[in-house]
Design a protein around this ligand. Structure first.
Ligand code: 2P0
Length: 353
């Protein structure tokens, strides 16, 4: 390593993902190991995403991170676990022009500066931690020349936030819960790439951009401790649903996809209600959106739109094609006209048509 001052930087952009079969509940809180498999769709990288720049320099005296322009602490175990795992896999990096060579062992002595931005509300149930930790791990892996495939990187991102492991791939992604205590087989795998089903259009109706009252981490802990429905869901329901969803995705079977997606979202929120004390993530507007979509799907005779809600009131609506998406947007704007400050704004994301 040369002694003169230099900085190496990498910038990466990572989209968030939306689960169609939900992760809710951990069997190991430290390693972040789930009680069931989950399946998600990764959004178009140009829409809801995190952009992270990581830099290393001998001029830095400690690891530091800024999130949306504000410095945050890196002392928590989730950040520490990701940094440790990445550093332990770092390779040699050489820049002949700068005359700098960083050897594997040097990474333990060098410090990092990390700047991360979300282009959507943080902690409002739009999976900001998923894009955030996936982007952090991916950009660090590039900076440090980590020679691991995305599934191995996903096991590191998982230790930052469970859902983050699924954002290392595009398209449809399964997070396999794994069975090993060390979590080495709790990884994400791609089921189908982003071109496989590119008729689908995802619309996110932001019902509220406020931070949620119950974080996912504490909410799922309370559900694991108190909800009998969660036990039934994890053991009896999800394993069958995962197989059915894989089949629906493989065959681009929108009717089955919609039935499974909506039912799974509703069961996840039923688990939240079955938790003591109960957790309410959806609000009246969320319920009205569900009724609207259900009525429309029934009136058409075949499903046109799937809905799913995460740990917040915002609706993720998946239209079977662009024509349906246009009709859906018109319906949303008619029934939920935006009002200043309190309104519901609609964003079109994942328009691949
Ligand atoms: C999911 N959610 O599968 C589910 C559905 C919210 C509802 O993954 O504690 O932020 O960091 O592992 O990943 C949100 O949970 O929780 C989540 P941690 P995470 O997308």
């Amino acid at each position: 390593m040369a002694t003169e001052k230099w900085v190496f930087m990498v910038t990466a952009q990572t989209p968030t993902n939306i689960a169609v079969i939900k992760y809710w509940g951990k069997r190991d809180e430290v390693r972040i190991l789930p009680v069931n498999d989950s399946i998600s769709v990764t959004l178009d990288p140009d829409h809801l995403c995190t952009v992270t720049t990581v830099a290393v320099s001998p001029a830095f005296d400690r690891d530091r991170m800024w999130l949306n322009g504000k410095e945050i602490s890196l002392s928590g175990s989730r950040y520490q676990n990701c940094l440790r795992e990445i550093r332990s896999r770092a390779g040699d990096v050489e820049d002949k022009e700068k005359g700098v060579k960083i050897g594997k062992k040097d990474w333990d002595k060098l410090h990092l500066h990390i700047a991360s931005h979300n282009n959507f509300p943080t902690a409002a149930g739009l999976a900001s931690s998923a894009a955030g930790f996936a982007c952090l791990v991916f950009s660090l892996a590039k900076l440090m020349n980590v020679d691991e495939d995305p599934s191995h990187l996903s096991a590191i991102a998982r230790q930052g936030s469970g859902s983050a492991c699924r954002s290392l791939f595009g398209g449809f992604v399964k997070w396999e819960m794994g069975s090993k205590d060390d979590g080495s087989d709790s990884v994400a795998v791609q089921l189908a790439d982003e071109k496989h089903w590119d008729d689908l259009v995802i619309i996110i109706a932001v019902v509220s951009s406020q931070q949620k009252e119950t974080s996912s981490t504490s909410g799922m802990r309370e559900s694991v401790e108190t909800s009998l429905l969660l036990q039934h869901r994890a053991k009896e329901v999800v394993p069958k649903r995962i197989l059915q969803m894989e089949e629906a995705i493989k065959n681009r079977d929108f009717a089955s996809f919609t039935q499974l997606t909506c039912t799974d979202s509703n069961q996840f929120h039923a688990v939240c209600l079955d938790t003591s004390p109960p957790i309410f993530y959806m609000n009246d507007t969320s319920h009205r959106i569900i009724s609207l979509v259900e009525k429309w799907n029934r009136s058409e005779g075949t499903p046109q739109v799937a809905y799913t809600f995460d740990a917040g009131p915002n609706a993720v609506l998946i239209a079977r094609n662009r024509k349906v998406a246009v009709q859906l947007l018109q319906g949303l704007l008619y029934y939920f006209p935006p009002k200043p400050d309190t309104d519901m704004k609609s964003y079109v994301v994942g328009d691949n048509s």
